[in-house]
Design a protein around this ligand. Structure first.
Ligand code: ACM
Length: 766
């Protein structure tokens, strides 16, 4: 055995796990109660399905459809009792009113496998979920018989609202993919599909009364190329698309057959550029008269906002009226309400007049007035509104359900005010956020929400009492598609994180165990592969930064994360290919002196699909000790030097390291030098990565070590360095020398392998 030493193992993958054993119940989400029996049931082609009523027939047909898809055959359906070689769907007793007492009971089921037969008990919905469980338990291959272990499962969900959101405005997605996504939701027992149909970059729902919404609002001439905000660079490719009302009905019916409610979102009063490009008259009275509204080609928060005129309310009521008719089974209409910039309202004589007339104190109250008028209309049609947590500002609409996305605070406030809450906090369940090292992951919006973080999500935060917690009706992950153009890219971000969320929302909190989940998730991946889902392939090694002491080697196991997968690796920093060495069981690393060794791996599935690069970086030495600073003040000292105009030279203190703070002092397109000095706050011991993205020359010194020192060109370049640091304050000096043209200067940092983000001013002191 090698002696191993790793001072820090930034480890998120559980690579040493053995795949779950055959015979275990590898079901996701974990059922409420599982009691293993003895023996096994062999499903054969002559097994019969026994039904006793209409419910049973429907469920039997559904099971047959699944069996046909999986094994290519259907079973005979009979209505006479069979003691052996049978799957029985039992009728269930309704309550006295003839209905099911509540949603949760409606979703409950029991599934008993004995060696002679299988018994399934539940409502229509319960049977549906029992079939999802059964299909996960059946082996991939059928050879004369497919064996199921004897077991009694009794199952029901923890939350009544189990949601997935999909933004089809930023990038339109075809109906076929939406259906595939719904199939996957059903497989993991989600029951609400939040369809984000309108936003600045495209209006995607046909409204018969206003055809321009889709004629104009669903099209944009091009989209920003990658992340080229400034200077803007477009891809030159027109993008567009919308769903006809017939297609929407088709999707709603498809979802309904899978016990999924589709909740449409019509964004208001902000995120309205596409609607306003089609109907500029609805922004007039707020924006200046000749304001040019357009379907946006970039991402962010825009000033474009509906003007709260009677004409606008009439328009929105018409739109909502048609929308409500298309989604008859949804108790909710989501009206957005997030990220509304109030600039146009503040400048508008009309809005100022409205404030006086309606006694509204500020523009937040104008937003509240806007939302409450819409709420009244939606309520009058027998529906309730959902809004993002910003609708709490300026006074909450009386019957609104709050979708808390800026963390959980909005949800906590709403639950305390006795409003229903759906938790979708960005730091746990934004599936557009990165899952790994941004150096290797496909381009995404940034940040870092790995699988384990999703699994650690609890929709009921400790700030709520038991009674307040009851207002949390569930949770949801959101998939915003700014950087996700294709179904494959959406699936990459959704899976396997969706499996973790399904367990958060369905399974008992007391049963939460990441290691156990991870094993069941691994067992689910070959099935997802067969279903053509482009999930993110699990890491075959512990990724991240590792610090070794002076003398020791690091040896680790590399295991294919899935049966039949191959792992290839390099030790010289190059990107592995299928021609690189195939991983042996163990790799050993021995950095010499200051050498930094990076092991890069890729995984290739039996289907030929390749993973992103997963890397582990090793270095020697000690973590650098933190310093104490007397009377620290937030921010850094700066020194600005303008060689061609010394009168513009400045030094002082600042709370940001962005260059645009000097735009009023000097011409940022001419030669200049900026240096920032201070201390950087490191939150925890670890191997950190620092990155400067810049044009021209840049230097980064941390704790006396010059870790970046390069001259650049007019092109953006990212420079990276890593350093092991103890928690606390470390001296930092950042220098940027601009030599003309457009400038870029960004400082990002993070634990190695776990995503990078821009540093806040509050993370520096001097
Ligand atoms: C949101 O992410 N703006 C709801």
């Amino acid at each position: 055995m090698n002696r191993l030493f790793a001072a820090i193992a930034v480890s998120l993958s559980l690579v040493s796990l053995v795949l779950a054993q055959a015979g275990e119940i590898n079901v996701v989400p974990k059922p409420r109660s599982i009691i293993l029996g003895t023996g096994k049931f062999g499903l054969r082609k002559d097994t019969k399905i026994v039904v006793r009523d209409e419910k049973g027939k429907l469920s039997a047909n559904l099971l047959n459809e699944h069996l046909f898809k999986k094994y290519g055959f259907k079973l005979k359906i009979v209505n006479k009792p069979e003691k052996v070689n049978a799957i029985n769907f039992w009728p269930i007793a309704l309550d006295k009113s003839g209905g099911y007492p509540d949603e949760i009971k409606r979703e409950k089921y029991s599934l008993t496998v004995q060696s002679e037969s299988i018994q399934i008990g539940g409502t229509y919905t319960g049977d549906f979920y029992a079939i999802q469980t059964l299909m996960q338990m059946l082996p991939a291959q059928f050879a004369k018989e497919a064996f199921l272990p004897a077991v009694t499962i009794v199952d029901s969900p923890r939350f009544s609202y189990r949601g997935m959101h999909l933004d089809v405005s930023r990038h339109f997605q075809p109906v076929e993919f939406v259906k595939k996504f719904i199939d996957q939701m059903a497989q993991y027992k989600f029951n609400n599909f939040h369809w984000h149909l309108t936003d600045d970059q495209g209006w995607r729902i046909e409204i018969k009364k206003y055809p321009k919404l889709t004629e104009v609002g669903s099209q944009r001439p091009e989209t920003m190329l990658e992340r080229n905000f400034a200077p803007y660079k477009g891809d030159g490719i027109p993008h567009g698309g919308f769903y006809t009302q017939e297609q929407i009905k088709e999707v709603v019916a498809y979802a309904k057959a899978r016990y999924i409610t589709v909740v449409p979102e019509i964004e208001l009063p902000g995120h309205a550029s596409a609607a306003l490009a089609a109907h500029p008259e609805l922004g007039k009275g707020c924006a200046v008269a000749d304001y040019k509204f357009e379907v946006k080609k970039t991402w962010g928060i825009f000033k474009e906002v509906f003007c709260p005129t009677e004409e606008t309310f009439k328009f929105l009521e018409d739109v909502l009226d048609e929308t409500i008719k298309l989604f008859p089974d949804s108790p909710y209409i989501h009206i957005g309400g997030d990220e509304v910039l109030k600039d146009f309202w503040k400048e508008s004589a009309f809005v100022q007049e409205l404030k006086k007339r309606e006694n509204l104190k500020d523009e937040h109250e104008v937003q509240s007035y806007f939302v409450q008028r819409i709420e009244k209309f939606v309520n009058s049609k027998g529906k309730k509104i959902i809004g993002w947590d910003e609708i709490l500002e300026g006074g909450i609409a009386p019957t609104a359900t709050i979708m808390s996305w800026r963390g959980m605070n909005g949800g906590i406030e709403a639950a305390k005010a006795k409003h229903d809450v759906i938790m979708t906090p960005n730091d746990f369940v934004y599936f557009d956020y990165g899952q790994g090292d941004p150096e290797f992951e496909p381009l995404n919006i940034g940040s870092y929400v790995p699988l384990q973080k999703v699994y650690s999500f609890d929709p009921v935060p400790p700030e709520l009492t038991t009674d307040e917690g009851k207002y949390v009706i569930g949770g949801q992950a959101n998939i915003w598609t700014e950087y996700l153009k294709t179904p494959q890219s959406i699936e990459y971000m959704a899976f396997p994180r969706m499996l973790a969320l399904s367990e958060v929302l369905w399974s008992k909190k007391e049963d939460r165990n990441y290691q156990n989940f991870y094993e069941r998730m691994l067992a689910a991946l070959p099935r997802l592969d067969k279903q053509g889902v482009n999930f993110r392939i699990p890491e075959p090694i512990d990724v991240g930064g590792f610090l070794l002491n002076e003398t020791e080697a690091y040896a680790f196991e590399v295991r294919p994360p899935l049966p039949g997968a191959k792992v290839y690796f390099t030790k010289d920093g190059s990107t592995p290919t299928e021609n690189s060495p195939e991983a042996p069981q163990k790799i050993s690393v021995f950095p010499v002196g200051d050498e930094v060794v990076t092991i890069k791996t890729i995984v290739v599935l039996p289907s030929g699909r390749k993973s992103s690069v997963y890397a582990a970086t090793f270095m020697r030495g000690k973590m650098l000790e933190a310093m104490t600073v007397e009377n620290p003040k937030e921010g850094v000292k700066f020194n600005l030097v303008v060689p061609d105009n010394e009168s513009q030279n400045r030094s002082g203190e600042t709370k940001t390291i962005l260059l645009n703070q000097f735009a009023m002092l000097a011409d940022l397109k001419k030669d200049l030098g900026v240096q920032y000095d201070g201390y950087f706050k490191i939150p925890a011991d670890g191997v950190y990565q620092f990155q400067i993205e810049s044009t021209w020359d840049t230097t980064l010194v941390i704790a006396g070590k010059k870790i970046i020192d390069e001259s650049g060109t007019s092109a953006n370049v990212k420079r990276n360095a890593i350093l092991p640091l103890k928690a606390g304050l470390h001296p930092i000096s950042l220098r940027y020398n601009h030599r003309g043209g457009d400038s870029t200067f960004r400082f990002r940092w993070g634990l190695k392998g776990q995503g990078l983000r821009q540093a806040y001013g509050s993370e520096f002191v001097h």
